[in-house]
Design a protein around this ligand. Sequence first.
Ligand SMILES: [Zn+2]
Length: 214
Amino acid sequence: MEGLRLVFLGPPGAGKGTQAAKLQESFGIVKISTGDILREAVSLGTTLGEVAKLYMDRGELVPDDIIIGLVREKIVNLRDFTLDGFPRNVNQAEGLDRLLEVLGKKLTHVFYFEVSDAEVKRRLLARRVCPKCNKVYNMITDPPSKDEICDICKISLVTRADDNEETVENRLKVYYEQTLPLLEYYEERGTITRIDGNKMPDEVYHNLLEVLKI
Ligand SMILES: [Zn+2]
């Protein structure tokens, strides 16, 4: 298998994380999300992690160049990876391209998970979280084995305050404002593949494997 360097784009609730996790499990393609690498860098106390923490403690967004530095640390020695939900805007996409050029790597595929607004809303409103271990479930796409009870802690799941209809609509609006220019960016470079994310996870996965020829 040739190296696979993937980007997954798509609205919240599109199933990007689920699909990236499946690829990691089956093919060792490392799933990288900026949320995870931020948390990791902060807990390890790396230089970039310390800087990122200053912004996070003030409740501010971590600047793009710091995020890109963290992505660099993560991908520099990896052959296969999926960037899950990164880049988020054109500035980050340009930074990623410069970084890859320096590393002598190239993205092999950019996938855009298309999901209707109604489906995104339905999925986000079905999201539940364990108040103890913070594990996230989805009553539609990834339910616990017993209804609304955490598999690990055996206690009742709760709905996050920001998973309500009004907030979800606002998050979608913000998402599309940032993402449409990003789609154009990759479309101009001819690297984007659209995936129908409205389908069930197994079918979406099957479609992905077809495109990746693995
Ligand atoms: Zn739990």
